[in-house]
Design a binder for this molecule. Sequence first.
Ligand code: GBH
Length: 450
Amino acid sequence: ETWRPPATPMRFPDGFVLGAATSAFQVEGSTTADGRGPSIWDTFAAEPGRIRDGATGDPAADHYRRWEQDVDLMADLGLAGYRFSVAWPRVQPTGSGAVNRAGVDFYRRLVDRLLERGIEPAVTLYHWDLPQPLQDRGGWASRDTASRFADYAAVVFDALRDMPGPWLTVNEPKTTAYVGYGSGYHAPGVRDVGQMVAAVHHQLLGHGMAVQAFRASGASGRVGIALNLQPVYVGEPGAEDAAVRADAVENRLFLDPVLTGTYPDDAIGEEAGQIRADPSVLDDVVLDGDLDVVSEPLDVLAVQYYGVTGVDRSGQYVEMYPTSDAPWQQVHPEGMYETLVRVRDDYPTAPALVVTENGIPDPTSEGGTDDPERLEFLRAHLQQVVRAAQDGVDVQAYYAWSLLDNFEWAEGLDQRWGLVHVDFATQERTPKASARWYADVVAAHAVPPV
Ligand code: GBH
C-alpha cells in the first residue's frame, strides 16, 4: 500500500541540518589559479567528444572567485549547512608531497566565513578531481593512490581542524569505479573491469586510511564516507535472483566492506546482474588486514539518493518509474525512505546517517527559474526523510543537490541541477522558485503539505 503524507507540516528532528551541496570541480573554475595542478577532469574535458558541447571546468560557476557572494546567497536563503569538496590539486598540485598554501587558504577562508554566517560546513575530501600525476601512475587502479589520499586528507584535517561538521572521505566510489574505469564515460575514461574492481577496493582502502588519519589528527567534527545507494526492484517475474545480485553490485559491494569488513560473494561473476569478471579480480587486490582498515568505525554514513532501478531476468536495467531529464534517474520518493530504513535494519553497526545529495535536473535546457518539478521532488523526498526519522532512523542532515547550476560532468553545462540559476554568460545568480520554497522549509524546520 502507498504511504500518504499527512495534511499537516512534517517537522524535522531538533538539530537536523538542512543545507545544499556542491563539488569543487563542478563549481570553482579557475583551474590554473594560485598554483592548482591539473586533475583528471581537466585532462578528460580537453579531449574532443568527452563532454557535451565541449564544456570544460573553466569557469564553471566561477565560485573560486565569487565564493563570498555565494556564501551571502546561502545566508540569504537561511541554509543551515553547506557541503563542498576540497580540490586535491589545489592542496597538493602533483598529488603528493609539497602543500600549496594558497590552495589550503582558499578553503580556510571559506570555512571561516561559513561559520561567521552560522552555516555548518560539511567537507568532502575527494569528489572525483584526482591530480593528473597520480593517474599517470595508475590512478585508483593503483594501490599507492590510497596512501597518497590519506596523506592529502591529513593535510586538510590539520588545516581545517576546528571544522565542526561532517567530513566525508570519498564521494561515490561506485561512480568513480563503474563510470570512470568501467564504462569510461567519466574521467579517467578507462574501460577495464580489472581496473574497475581494483578502483573499488583502493578507494575504500583510501577511505579507511583517511579515517585513521582523522583519528590521529585530533581534528573536530565527525567522519564518514558518501555512498550513492539505489534500491533494486524485481522488474519482471523471475528476476528475483538477478535483483539480489544487482543489489550486491549497486549497494552491498560498498556497504558491506565499510560497515562489516567483508565483501559480498555475489557481486562479481558470470550470472545475471553481476559484474562480469572472475571473482579472483577482487581477491587479487585485497591484502591481509585491508578489510580492518576499510571498516574503521565511522561517526556518520552519508547516503546519496537519486532514485531506484529495476532489473529483468538477464540483469539488464528496466524502467519501472518515470525518469527525470537525466535518463538514468527513475524518480521514486519512497526509495529514499526504503534506503534509510534498510541501512538501519541491515547494518546494526551503522552510525548516524546524513543525506548528502538528492535532487533532479531541470526538465529543459532553457535555464529558467520556474522549476515546479524540483520543488515537488524536494517536497516528496524531504517528507520521506522525516518519515524515516519518525520511524526511528537516526538521520541528522539533508543537503540538496545542488546549490548552483554547475558543470554536470559529461553532460557539461546543459543539465541544470541548481536551486539557484546561473547565467553562464554573466555568472549572475538567481534563486529558482524551488530555492525560495526550500528557504521556507529551512525556516519552518518542517516540510509543508502540498
Ligand atoms: C551525483 O552522482 C554526483 O555526486 C554529483 O557530482 C552529480 O552532479 C549528481 O549526482 C547529479 O548527476 O550517464 O548512464 O553513464 C549521482 C550518481 C552516477 C548518476 C553516474 C549518473 C552516470 C550514468 N551518478 N551516472 S550514465
